[in-house]
Design a protein around this ligand. Structure first.
Ligand code: NG1
Ligand code: MG
Length: 594
């Protein structure tokens, strides 16, 4: 079934976009890119790999804790035209196998040439990778230099290539072809719409296609590959973006779960019965660039929450939530599954599983009930509780966090072992670690995702599991289906909007991943007629997503434009680029030029 669906390869865009206007619009983009490729490299590309960005409706910063998320692909995408270099009459054959000449249609991204280095190994060096390869012994291993200390456009191209090389060119009798590629796209970078995942997915697809390795590759396997590939750029992200980019289908959002294994269910937003009473999603870019890959070292006296950088922002959150999972399981005396080895520390989702004490996959209703119960116990993670102080005072969400020493002591591990498990892969310096606030966000956000899904299922007739590895989760019977009338759909939109607002509030106060501009933009959106509005993606800048009555989109956009200071004076394309309505779009595919 769906994990088993092959990655689609098309030779006609009208098979992808049944809407003629859309097919013509994208057809023109594909043609332009192919002509540009030909004029730069002297021959037609063989393929164009295409992967969309995504908007996350709800479920922020919980994918790496292995809780379910609710994204949808957007129409904007990354296109990578590629062709084997040997087919080019104007350029000489390079001597090393697999050399890549990579160009970008945006002049600020300068051309790059890189060659993977081959290392011969006698046997498996990386057990996990070999298991995925289904091979006992690898005889060769490829390396590409990826600069993690700065954001470079070609790093995302290399990341996709890396995975292809190390999965498909492991025996000494096969070498990758030299390749020309030309990258283009319209997913705004650093905006929380996952241009990075779109780049990595498109790059993975391009290198698979040009090396004739696409045959038999299933969508599920491509998601796993793209997730692993993107980690090479330096952000220890979850799998939401790659899964959304690959698995989306038009007009549906995806409920994606990661535990006990990857699974995706198509869920539509509630339909209004009366025309014009439906909703659309509007993305608005705060125009603050969200940059997770810059490394910023902090002085001991600095509050990390206000500084940029993957290591201090995104990856620090990953560390805090993993440590919180360990401490919570100890405080609640839970026995974690044997798979939670020290090399793969348990996540909060695995802790919840142990807390509920039922075999996986656990149905959505039971997960919800478990989340509600465990939330009543997480005060054990407050700094005062960890220090053994009696009596908890102040606002229930206030907590000053713990020091490194206190955190290590709460983990029950020795300092060396703690650092090996939780800090060896990341460069963080912070004075306080927020175990309570991060956990409260993750568990309440996981609950909101389940509530959001339930509201959608209650008002729509279908939900189809497309990666049915955990099908029995769908025994999480949707709430008994209500008769759909416009008043109930309006009530449903209000309830969805309220969940989005609560999500933003939690991101802002507990996860501290918003910024003043995003707080302002989402507030303006609510005051301009949105049912709900929240940041989308990692935050600290980037886009908001708002649920807006279909009939009011134009007035909504006009109001936001007049009130959000960074939008004043923007018109036409410049305005459309920063605030636009979007519908769930088609997932990644390869276009073969004939
Ligand atoms: P963005 O910032 O949109 O790329 C990141 C992570 C996701 C997820 C979200 C927060 C990457 C590639 N993706 O998304 O996995 O954790 O933040 O929900 O870093
Ligand atoms: Mg990204």
């Amino acid at each position: 079934m769906a994990a088993d669906l092959p990655v689609p390869v098309y030779t006609s865009l009208s098979d992808v976009y049944p809407d003629l206007l859309l097919a013509a619009k994208h057809g023109a983009r594909f043609n332009d890119l192919a002509s540009e490729f030909e004029s730069r490299f002297g021959s037609q590309p063989a393929y164009i790999a295409r992967a969309p960005g995504r908007v996350n409706l709800i479920g922020e910063h919980i994918d790496y804790a292995l809780f379910g998320v609710f994204p949808a692909a957007i129409e904007q995408d990354i296109l990578i035209a590629c062709g084997p270099r040997s087919s080019s009459p104007t350029t000489p054959e390079p001597s090393s196998p697999g050399t890549v000449t990579a160009q970008n249609t945006f002049p600020k991204y300068t051309p790059q040439t890189f060659t993977p280095m081959l290392r011969v190994v006698s046997q498996a060096q990386d057990q996990a990778q070999d298991e995925m390869l289904d091979k006992d012994v690898r005889v060769q291993d490829w390396h590409l230099d990826i600069d993690k200390s700065q954001l470079r456009w070609e790093s995302y191209v290399k990341a996709g290539y890396y995975g292809v090389l190390n999965r498909f060119f492991t025996s000494s009798d096969e070498y990758p072809v030299p390749v020309n590629i030309l990258v283009s796209g319209n997913v705004p970078a650093g905006s929380g719409l996952s241009s990075s995942a779109a780049m990595v997915v498109a790059s993975t697809l391009a290198f698979l296609a040009v090396n004739h390795k696409l045959d038999g590759v299933k969508k599920g396997a491509l998601v796993q590959m793209a997730v692993e590939n993107e980690k090479r750029v330096g952000v220890n992200s979850g799998g939401m973006d790659q899964a959304a980019s690959i698995l989306s289908t038009p007009n549906s959002a995806l409920y994606i779960t990661f535990y006990p294994s990857l699974s995706a269910e198509l869920v539509s937003l509630p339909q209004a019965t009366k025309a014009g009473e439906g909703v659309v999603l509007v993305c608005a870019n705060s125009l603050v660039v969200s940059d997770k890959v810059v490394v910023t070292r902090l002085s001991r006296r600095t509050d990390f929450a206000h500084f940029p950088g993957a290591k201090t922002r995104y990856n620090l959150r990953v560390v805090e939530t993993l440590v919180a999972a360990r401490v919570l399981s100890r405080k609640l005396n839970l026995t974690l599954p044997p798979s939670s080895t020290s090399n793969k520390p348990p996540t909060l989702r695995e802790v919840l599983s142990a807390y509920i004490g039922r075999p996986e996959p656990i149905a959505a209703d039971a997960l919800k009930e478990g989340l509600e119960r465990i939330l009543a116990e997480i005060h054990v993670l407050k700094a005062s509780a960890l220090r053994g102080e009696i009596g908890i005072v102040g606002n229930e969400d206030e907590d000053e966090g713990v020091t490194m020493e206190e955190m290590i002591s709460a983990s029950g591990l020795g300092e060396d072992e703690f650092k090996r498990i939780y800090l060896s892969w990341v460069d963080v310096e912070a004075t306080r670690f927020q175990l309570y606030k991060r956990t409260k966000h993750i568990l309440t956000e996981a609950l909101r995702v389940l509530q959001f899904r339930e509201l959608c299922l209650a008002s729509t007739t279908h939900s189809i599991s497309i990666l049915p590895t955990t099908t029995s989760t769908s025994s999480s019977s949707p709430p008994s289906s209500s008769t759909s009338s416009s008043s109930t759909s309006t009530e449903a939109f209000k309830a969805l909007g309220a969940l989005m607002n609560a999500s933003h509030d939690s991101c802002s106060r507990l996860y501290e991943c918003s910024c003043p501009e995003l707080d302002e933009l989402t507030q303006i959106a609510r005051e301009s007629g949105a049912y709900g509005s929240r940041l989308t993606g990692a935050g600290w800048g980037g886009c908001s997503v708002s649920l807006v009555p279909e009939s009011q989109v134009d007035t909504f956009i006009a109001k936001v434009r007049s009130r959000y200071p960074k939008f004043r004076g923007l018109e036409g394309d410049a305005l459309n680029e920063v605030i636009f309505a979007t519908k769930p779009g088609v997932g990644a595919f390869v276009f073969e030029l004939t």
